[in-house]
Design a protein around this ligand. Structure first.
Ligand SMILES: [Zn+2]
Length: 112
């Protein structure tokens, strides 16, 4: 389940409209769907590219449920946002989210 705050953030940034058609948003769509297959794929991808082994839980909570992987959607267009079959685009999104998470982690570390 998504945190209430994350849902509100995603709906709010789109003005509670579907990011595709502009109708009233009723659901949150995942660009990379929350499947065990995708989560394991991301784990392998990060390990090969960055040499870091992330836990499946971390990938599910912090990457799959990251606001950048989510879109505000009407009931009709949820599938439209899915990029699971566009591998280059999906990898680019994972890179973007992973870099953001690392830079957040650095900020926390530097504050100590
Ligand atoms: Zn729509």
């Amino acid at each position: 389940m998504l945190d209430y705050d994350v849902r509100q953030n995603v709906f709010g940034r789109a003005g509670y409209m579907c990011e595709y058609c502009g109708a009233r948003a009723t659901e949150i769509a995942h660009r990379i769907a929350k499947t065990q297959y995708n989560i394991k794929h991301i784990q392998r991808y990060i390990k090969n590219k960055y040499g870091v082994e992330l836990s499946l839980t971390y990938i599910r909570n912090r990457i799959i449920n990251h606001p950048k992987n989510l879109a505000s959607s009407c009931r009709e267009h949820n599938d439209y946002f899915n990029i699971g079959n566009r591998i280059e685009e999906a990898h680019a999104l994972v890179d973007e989210i992973y870099k953001e998470l690392r830079s957040e982690a650095r900020k926390v570390y530097c504050r100590k």
